[in-house]
Unconditional design. Structure first.
Length: 118
């Protein structure tokens, strides 16, 4: 089955350009550090808690699926149902979640200039 990390920004927000640049910084981090799944960038952030902030600050949504085309359209059969529990998922699902965490941690480290000391 197809899987990737989806990084989305809203192309018609006040901060669209800065949000797009932020999304591609996260994509670069994913390209460098993800172990199993690739990341993609899309311009249609929707059905997410990030929406209220998109005209206040550069905003992105980073997920294991496309919110509008997949979750928002009902593609994710477990979303907000009693089946949305850890036993429903397999190792590949958890690796996908790990890759989302790898993307986030490595991008935040890059954006803040964090380094590892010996």
């Amino acid at each position: 089955r197809e899987a990737d990390i989806n990084i989305e920004f809203q192309s018609n927000s006040y901060f669209a350009d800065a949000s797009m640049k932020l999304a591609f910084r996260f994509k670069a981090a994913a390209d460098a550090y993800n172990t199993d799944f690739p990341a993609t960038v899309g311009p249609h952030m929707t059905n997410t808690d990030s929406t209220p902030f998109m005209n206040e600050v550069p905003s992105i949504s980073l997920r294991e699926n496309e919110r509008g085309a997949q979750t928002g359209a009902g593609w994710n059969p477990t979303w907000h149902t009693p089946l949305d529990v850890w036993t429903t998922f397999n190792d590949d699902d958890f690796r996908l979640g790990l890759n989302a965490a790898q993307t986030t941690l490595s991008a935040i480290a890059d954006l803040t200039g964090a380094t590892i000391k010996d």
